[in-house]
Design a protein around this ligand. Structure first.
Ligand SMILES: Cc1cc2nc3c(=O)[nH]c(=O)nc-3n(C[C@H](O)[C@H](O)[C@H](O)COP(=O)(O)O)c2cc1C
Length: 394
């Protein structure tokens, strides 16, 4: 479901840039080991926002499983092969990507930085990667579209229980230039998240992360007073609209008939669900467990990937997320058959620590490390990767 893009991205330019800046006594403002960002964000953020981003469901077993699944695979470098110039580009669902990486949908980004989604949209557009904008954005989808300029735009739908609101959101997203719809299935109610529960922290109750719905004509039509005048009434309408829905497989035609571009279902972990998505006319799936934020004790997302690739590859795009922290992580998911990989928490920590610059730093580090890893492992293109590039830990 993917074809190579023509351009060769000099992702390693960032590495040279960093070393050269050292000649003038400058070092990067943030660590280049992206796994260090979480600890720094913890120092900087209040405990509510930090817990909301870093926390997971229950005991955190699924978050650990996500990492264990990635760590269980090891890259086997090959020598004396032509890999001096690398091709990272790939077209996925009609979007030309300079590398098969997207920014995962993450809601309420203003809790970590006032510029929130606007800063992320600008940084993503700067490196040419799509930001998948969450329905739970702190800014409206029109505002974020404007911030993303000429950058690619994908929209993530939390599927409302009222069809007129759904259709209104789809119409707005289309009008604002979003091309691909990502429908998240795994969060029809919030997971059991002790870090948030212990602090009684849920930003939506304060009207944060509700900008898209609150600015929606179909949402506002059934309110006695505008959200600006009666926040709690608007929140009271928002919550049930996005939780406890009665949505089922047989409702997918509503989306198919009202969205012209590709539709991807996010949160798929079982091959049968992936096959069912294809049968329902969907164009792809995101193999994801929401970063371990929903079901504690669930399968590590990468462990679910090969079975889903076997079930639907060639018939649908298979995207992957949950646990991705580094370039080698992206490499492993691509080698196991993912068409593209979504990165989430690392860029949110970049946003928290450095706003737009912080996000740009994270994305450039990730792409640089992916590019270098690809080359040093002996591959000239992401399209050459197969499971043979990996071995399972003994
Ligand atoms: C703070 C936070 C907010 C999120 N909000 C959304 C959202 O609004 N919509 C969505 O589909 N996924 C959301 N996710 C899930 C991400 O898209 C992604 O699946 C997950 O974070 C991947 O796990 P990782 O960050 O550990 O790699 C959110 C994740 C985090 C950490």
């Amino acid at each position: 479901m993917s074809t190579p893009a023509p351009d060769v991205v000099p992702a390693t330019a960032y590495q040279s840039e960093i070393y050269l800046a050292g000649l003038s006594g400058n070092t990067p403002a943030l660590p280049t080991d992206l796994t260090r960002l979480e600890a720094l964000a913890r120092e900087k953020l209040d405990s509510g926002p930090y817990g909301y981003v870093a926390g997971g469901a229950g005991t955190g077993a699924t978050m650990r499983a996500n990492r264990e699944a990635l760590d269980a695979w090891r890259i086997v470098p090959r020598m004396l092969r032509e890999a001096t110039r690398r091709r990272l580009g790939r077209t996925v669902l009609g979007t030309e990507l300079p590398a098969p990486v997207l920014l995962a949908p993450v809601g309420v980004q203003s809790i970590v930085h006032p510029d929130g989604e606007l800063a992320v949209a600008r940084a993503a557009a700067g490196v040419g990667l799509p930001m998948v904008l969450s329905t739970a954005s702190s800014y409206t989808l029109e505002e974020v579209a404007q911030a993303s300029g000429a950058g690619p735009r994908w929209f993530q739908l939390y599927w409302p229980s009222e069809d007129d609101v759904t259709l209104s959101l789809l119409g707005r997203a289309k009008a604002a230039g979003y091309t691909t719809l990502v429908v998240t299935l795994d969060t029809w109610t919030l997971g059991y998240r002790p870090l948030d529960l212990d602090q009684s922290y849920l930003p939506f109750l304060r009207g944060v992360g509700t900008a898209i719905a609150f600015s929606d004509p179909a949402f506002r039509a059934k309110l006695a007073a505008a959200p600006e005048d009666d926040l709690m009434a608007a929140v009271g309408r928002w919550l049930p609209l996005f939780t406890g829905t009665a949505l089922r497989w047989d409702r997918l035609p509503l989306l198919r008939e009202n969205w012209d571009g590709p539709i991807v279902l996010k949160g798929v972990q079982h091959p049968e669900d992936a096959s069912r998505a294809v049968e329902a006319g969907m164009d792809g799936v995101v193999v994801s467990n929401h970063g371990g934020r929903q079901v504690d004790g669930a399968v590590g997302s990468l462990d679910a990937l090969p079975g889903i690739v076997a079930a639907v590859a060639g018939r649908a795009a298979v995207l992957f997320d949950s646990g991705v922290r580094t370039g080698p992580d992206v490499f492993k998911a691509l080698a196991l058959g993912a068409d593209a990989v979504l990165v989430a928490r690392p860029y949110v920590y970049g946003l928290a620590l450095g706003g737009e610059d912080g996000v740009r730093h994270v994305l450039r580090c990730l792409l640089t490390e992916l590019d270098i890893t690809l080359g040093l492992a002996g591959y000239a293109a992401v399209d050459e990767l197969t499971p043979d590039a990996l071995v399972r830990r003994p």
